[in-house]
Write a protein that binds this ligand. Structure first.
Ligand code: 2BA
Length: 109
């Protein structure tokens, strides 16, 4: 068994939830915050048998979009903070950051 942890943009969260339910895939949604943008995003935890991991990844891939976002970083992305003047930069966010981790044991009572 694997645990798929997918961090997605809030804008894609409902569509992804609906698609997972439609495909009979169980998931838990957690409200999360990106460390860089400090904006809300959604983390999905999806426990799944090894032979269905590809189905989960396909559903995530087809329901999460890449978007450009203009942000003003609160601290420098590199170099010293002494002479730091904040200016907006465009970053590409998503579609999804996905981790697939092995599950040693799963109990469901
Ligand atoms: P954030 O940390 O808010 O990052 C949002 C976007 O900002 C990232 O999109 C990336 O394009 C950019 N970014 C992040 N850190 C950067 C940096 N040091 N310099 C320049 N640009 C940077 P994504 O890569 O699609 O990530 C979307 C969200 O997924 C992240 O939100 C974070 O919550 C999560 N994430 C991504 N990679 C992760 C990782 N390795 N571990 C844990 N969470 C991760």
């Amino acid at each position: 068994m694997k645990l798929v942890i997918a961090i997605v943009q809030d804008k894609d969260s409902n569509r992804l939830s609906n698609a997972l339910v439609r495909e009979g895939l169980r998931a838990t949604k957690l409200a999360s915050t990106g460390g860089f943008l400090r904006a809300g995003n959604t983390t999905f935890m999806i426990g799944i048998e090894d032979d269905r991991v590809h189905e989960v990844l396909q559903v995530i891939r087809s329901n999460c979009k890449v978007r450009d976002q203009l942000v003003t970083p609160m601290s420098p992305m590199s170099g010293s903070a002494d002479s730091y003047i904040p200016f907006p930069v465009e970053v590409q966010v998503g579609g999804a950051a996905v981790f697939v981790v092995p599950v040693e044991r799963f109990e469901h009572y």
